[in-house]
Ligand binder design. Structure first.
Ligand code: HPA
Ligand code: ZN
Length: 345
């Protein structure tokens, strides 16, 4: 049996708001006297985590983020939660992390400004990354189901935070009901300002959304995108442009995109020659870590050692990094693989 937690890993798709420690949330609820319909710890858990008996739907999955918005009640809380997310990634031996966060979500509980929450998150995330020896990039997310005017404001701020480690802009949210088109001008400007682009598509919506994300939003990477296999045009486009896919198996299972993990299209995507990376999406909502997803890929989906290492190499290749930093990181991973007794591919 392979020890996946000992392997050095890279992750490109993890949401801050979906990665919060249950223990801390519980403490915050108590300290802040939040009134929640949760008489017991188990009820509390069900508010913020997908449980086995729940409906595995996108709606249920997204409902957890709505509850979590109640918790972001002070700069100290936001900074603490952020630092813990980075510490937990480091504890799972993630050496390179692109962490995405949704500024609008963090402002809501107390009417903080977008600038304030971006200031707090970027500062504490980088401080924690330094402390734990994680190489960190931050991605700012905007939601399709929220107004494009708000997204424009967030995107402009994100560009001004490039000097503070923000490397990309992400479109998240309800893809089944909200098209990407209204966000095209915002993403064009962000790209011109030097931000990298990744878009959630082909998860809760059809493969055509992957093509739309690539053509209209110039996405370099696609969040999930697992339905791309259903459409030859989207496949051709993804191959032609070298688009990388941020695949998150447990998230797909819990939000009802795949009926069982055994039927997850990850092996088919690899076999089709797509650029595939393995990610958690929302580790605390799903009750997993990245090692868990590696174990699934290996034990349930039958992906061998080479395939697993290839996905990490693809993550380094598709990381939103300058070429100098990428080369240094590749070297660090090769050394870490050797130290762990792994032969690099
Ligand atoms: N899809 C869309 N939006 C999201 C997701 C997701 O899987 N996770 C967090 N926000
Ligand atoms: Zn996501």
């Amino acid at each position: 049996m392979m020890d996946f937690s000992a392997l050095p890993k890279a992750e490109l798709h993890r949401h801050l708001e979906g990665s919060l420690r249950l223990r801390s949330l519980f403490e915050i609820a108590r300290a802040e006297q939040l009134t929640l319909p949760a008489p017991t710890a188990e009820h509390f858990r069900a508010l913020v985590q997908v449980r086995q008996h729940e409906p595995f739907t996108a709606e249920n999955f997204l409902s957890k983020f709505r509850v979590l918005r109640l918790f972001y009640r002070s700069p100290e809380i936001i900074q603490r939660l952020t630092a813990e997310v980075v510490a937990d990634a480091a504890a799972d031996n993630i050496r390179y992390l692109e962490l995405r966060f949704t500024p609008v979500a963090l402002t809501r509980a107390r009417g903080f400004s977008l600038y304030e929450v971006m200031d707090w998150v970027t500062t504490s995330a980088h401080e924690a990354a330094r402390q734990h020896g994680v190489v960190l990039g931050l991605i700012v997310s905007v939601n399709r189901h929220e107004p494009p005017g708000l997204a424009a404001e967030v995107a402009e701020l994100a560009a001004s935070f490039r000097t503070r480690g923000v490397v990309g802009l992400d479109l998240a949210g309800d893809e089944s009901r909200y098209p990407a088109a209204p966000f095209a001008p915002i993403f064009r400007e962000a790209r011109q300002a030097g931000l990298h682009i990744t878009v959630h598509a082909g998860e809760w919506g059809p493969a055509a959304n992957v093509a739309e994300a690539i053509e209209s939003l110039h996405a370099e990477r696609i969040g999930h995108g697992i339905r791309v296999l259903e459409d030859p045009h989207a496949m051709a486009l993804a191959r032609e442009r070298g688009v990388a896919f941020e695949v998150c198996p447990t998230s797909n299972y819990q939000s009802g995109v795949v009926p069982t993990l055994r039927e997850h299209p990850l092996p088919k995507m690899l076999a089709a020659g797509l650029r595939v990376t393995l990610n958690t999406d929302d580790p605390s909502i799903s009750g997993i870590d990245l090692s868990h997803e590696f174990r699934l890929a290996h034990e349930v989906m039958g992906i061998g050692r080479n395939g697993l290492r290839q996905m990490t190499l693809t993550a380094l290749d598709a990381a939103f990094l300058s070429s100098g930093h990428r080369a240094a990181l590749r070297q660090a991973f090769h050394k870490a693989w050797q130290d762990a007794g792994e032969t690099p591919p």
